[in-house]
Ligand binder design. Structure first.
Ligand code: 26W
Length: 813
């Protein structure tokens, strides 16, 4: 007879309550009768974890037996947010847990709020990985995520306070102290004569230790795994130093190693070139590859079949060193001939690009790289030589092209261009929205695109977290109207509800839900920030990292323009001004001076506007500190307008545009990133588009720099806004000089050139708001036209066109 783990029926409230109590007494060692909410949360989480681990084990052993081709998603960031609510929803046990915790005297919602966000990421890239692993599990695709277990995650914007999210025990990770691999840094290389092999030795060694996070699929037994690596010393301490009486030295190597994975680099779209970051990347990639290859070796197959079992998706260039690491292992350790190794490697890797900003492209100073990873640099030289020979054959004598395409950038010092290496080593390269994928091929990778394999996979977001979990009432309305919850795994189905835009009763129900979500946000703003906002005002949301290209400035200057208009308005005119609540949330990288100035100006404008009796209830400005996934879950369902106003051609895709659209916010946006596809699907008359087009940006930018006109000429409205700022209307006028100067001078991001168009679009927003029935129609049409923007569709696209993998569901017994 099979040995079976303890079973609880998914509807068995008493049984579930018993498991929670068991964890209170025997795991937490506390008394069930004397428990606070934190304790109750922890015990509940441990009980849910038991359920996840059972499924995780079944999935793992099934896939071990079946040995399907698997995808490994390598991302240095995983912005997971909270787990408990998502897990009980995916397990279809939310009601059971709600009742069980109620039985124990707790409100489930309160327990949910005890959980800390797992914020192992900065923004779009990290949250995308989180949505994708949710979809991989839900689609029953055999796949794992690999990342780094950073102890201290993204730094806060104003306070610079690191978020030590692991200072409480984290019930969602399982330490696997038995799964660890040695990682070498520095050292020396000896060539082995008459072979392409070499021996890399010396330097420092540490261990990468695995921590596993189970990822449940929705309405399936299938549970994926997110494996995070933590650095540890190879030996706890140095016995020789200890015996010699030097206690400090005996433990030093221990904390040195652990420092490697301690911090999450807080930059987004800005390459910093720090050695510790390259160490992190190598530790993560080497450990992941050793793990992947160990699993493959259990199949006892020859190396050339590796691409039939393994595909590795690189989330941006951060894991590019893994291409070289696979080459090194195959050549030096497995004695595979160079050409065979290269043939295998280039069938395993695929690369996703997430940005065209030149300052974000990773290129390592060659001396730094050579010192840390000497053997890898040698292999890169060989890869580059072969690649450039190929180029020279295709374009004889075109030395300039060879210089542009080389993996090594000439200069003092030289640099290793990771994006070039990623492209040369991958069988597929993709951008993340149609416009972005096109721009990649016509701009930054123009020279490299001659190789085929450039393609597009438009981003998507998981409707489980970004609708079912964050907006349960809207989810229920959809389910009730469609008569099933199948839309949650087939989002296309919501398009069947488009005709409901013309149904007055449905509009009423839809609007009530929005108002309720706005009231919930208003309560939070009141209790957390002491701020009163009017639920009848238009809630505009711009929620994303602070960056010049995203142009929070355009929004902010629009607010100042509105403020000046209100101040001047006669009582008659005031009546015609629509009420606005402008909500900003997002962090700035700690060293990004201009972005920090923008936050400062938002906060100071809010101080003046929100307390000016002349403003009354016409305008509120809100900056939400410590933006996180959990905060987003409250903001997004409450938004009326989704502000997506990056300079055309700069935002690769955007994903908050998808989340906000799905929750019924109308798009106020530029023709950029995925806005293009969103506007196409919702229909341009249901969205507010503005600004110059990507094709025209370069010419306008050139003219801003080389045929300078005064700000007054480019935008008289903006010039008036700047005057008010400089006059000290919002305090310390001179402080903002460096920010305003970027726009006076070159205005690289076309803020002044798009300001008039932005104001015109806002006027249309205000006009439409006056007709609530029309507004709600467009809101409904927006939400139910978002069927393509689910991460299920994106991941299915990857599975079909890049990974060539099939679903392999765990049998339901
Ligand atoms: C090396 C520093 C660094 C760090 C992070 C460079 C670049 C990054 C990321 C690739 C930046 C990023 O998060 N890009 C965003 O990716 C999202 C998911 O595809 C897109 O929706 C956003 O448009 C894009 O800015």
């Amino acid at each position: 007879t099979a040995i079976e783990a303890e079973q609880v029926d998914k509807d068995d409230v008493q049984g579930v309550a018993n498991t929670v109590v068991r964890h209170v007494t025997t795991t937490l060692a506390r008394q069930a009768g004397n428990l606070d909410e934190l304790g109750a949360y922890q015990a509940t989480a441990l009980s849910v974890r038991d359920q996840l681990l059972k499924r995780w084990n079944e999935t793992t052993s099934y896939h071990t037996k079946n040995a399907p081709k698997r995808v490994y998603y390598l991302s240095i960031e995983w912005l997971m947010g909270r787990t408990l609510d998502n897990a009980v929803l995916n397990l279809d046990m939310r009601n059971t847990y709600e009742s069980a915790t109620q039985k124990l005297g707790f409100n489930f919602e309160d327990l949910l709020n005890e959980e800390r966000d797992a914020a192992l990421g900065n923004g779009g890239l990290g949250r995308l990985a989180a949505c994708y692993i949710d979809s991989m599990a839900t689609l029953n695709l055999p796949g794992w995520g690999y990342g780094l277990r950073q102890l201290i995650s993204s730094t806060g914007e104003q306070l610079e306070a690191p978020d030590p999210w692991l200072d409480r025990e984290n019930p969602w990770e399982i330490p696997r102290l038995d799964v660890s691999y040695p990682i070498r840094f520095y050292g020396r290389v000896e060539a082995i004569p008459n072979s392409s092999r070499a021996i890399w030795s010396g330097g420092n060694e540490c261990l990468a230790v695995a921590y596993d996070v189970p990822i449940p699929g929705f309405a399936t037994k299938n549970t994926a795994n997110l494996r995070l690596w933590a650095a540890r010393p190879i030996q706890g301490f140095d016995l020789n130093s200890f015996n010699a009486g030097n206690y400090e030295a005996s433990v030093a190597s221990s904390s040195d190693a652990e420092n490697i994975t301690r911090v999450l680099y807080p930059n987004d779209n800005m390459y910093a070139g720090k050695e510790l970051r390259l160490k992190q990347q190598y530790l993560w990639c080497s450990a992941s590859l050793q793990d992947i290859l160990r699993r493959y070796q259990k199949l006892n197959l020859p190396w050339d079949q590796l691409p039939d079992y393994v595909v590795i998706q690189m989330n941006d260039t951060h894991p590019t060193i893994s291409i070289v690491e696979l080459m090194r292992i195959l050549i030096d350790e497995e004695e595979v001939p160079y050409d065979v190794a290269w043939g295998i490697t280039t069938k395993v890797f695929a690369y996703t690009n997430h940005t065209v900003l030149p300052e974000a492209l990773e290129k390592w100073p060659l001396p730094l790289f050579e010192n840390l990873l000497p053997r890898h640099l040698q292999i890169i030289y060989t890869i580059n030589m072969n690649f450039l020979n190929e180029v020279a054959k295709r374009f004889p004598g075109d030395m300039d092209r060879i210089r542009r395409m080389s993996i090594i950038e000439e200069g003092t010092p030289k640099f290793v261009r990771m994006a070039h290496l990623a492209i040369v080593g991958s069988f597929k390269v993709n951008g993340v929205a149609a416009l972005h994928s096109q721009l990649l091929q016509s701009t930054i990778f123009r020279d490299l695109k001659g190789r085929d394999g450039f393609t597009n996979v438009t981003n998507g977001v998981t409707p489980r977290r970004w609708l079912l979990q964050c907006n349960p009432r809207l989810a229920q309305l959809i389910t009730d109207t469609l008569g099933s919850e199948h839309w949650l795994v087939n989002l296309k189905q919501i398009s069947q509800l488009l005709p409901m835009a013309d149904n007055a009763e449905f509009r009423h129900a839809f609007r009530e839900i929005k108002i309720e979500n706005k009231a919930r946000l208003a309560d939070v703003l009141h209790s957390e920030l002491g701020l009163s906002v009017d639920v009848d005002s238009i809630f505009t949301c711009q929620i994303k990292r602070l960056h010049e290209y995203k142009r929070q400035t355009l929004n902010l200057f629009g607010i100042i323009h509105r403020y000046l208009r209100i101040k001047k308005a006669t009582p008659q005119e005031r009546k015609k001004i629509a009420k606005h609540t402008a909500i900003f949330a997002g962090k700035a990288a700690p060293g990004y001076y201009i972005a920090k100035l923008v936050i400062r100006l938002i906060v100071n404008v809010a101080k003046i506007v929100n307390h000016d009796p002349d403003v009354g209830d016409l305008l509120r400005v809100v900056f939400i500190p410590d933006y996180s996934v959990s905060v987003a879950e409250v903001l997004i369902p409450a938004a009326d307008v989704s502000v997506q106003i990056s300079t055309a051609g700069t935002e690769a895709s955007g994903t908050s545009n998808m989340k906000l659209g799905l929750n019924g916010a109308l798009l106020l946006g530029t023709v950029d990133g995925a806005n293009v596809e969103i506007a196409e699907d919702v229909g341009e008359d249901n969205a507010f588009l503005l600004g110059h087009l990507a094709a025209d940006v370069e010419a306008v930018r050139y003219s801003n720099s080389y045929n300078p006109t005064s700000l007054e000429e480019r935008s008289p409205e903006l010039a008036a806004v700047f005057k008010a700022i400089e006059a000290g209307t919002f305090g310390d006028g001179h402080v903002y000089e460096p920010l305003l100067k970027t726009i006076y001078d070159h205005d690289y991001y076309l803020v002044s050139n798009d300001f008039g168009s932005y104001l015109a679009a806002e006027n249309l927003v205000d006009e439409l708001w006056a007709d609530q029935e029309e507004w709600t129609k467009k809101s409904i049409r927006t939400a139910f036209a978002m069927g393509s923007f689910t991460s299920d569709r994106s991941v299915q696209d990857y599975a079909d066109s890049i990974w060539s993998i099939e679903p392999d569901p765990v049998p339901e017994n």
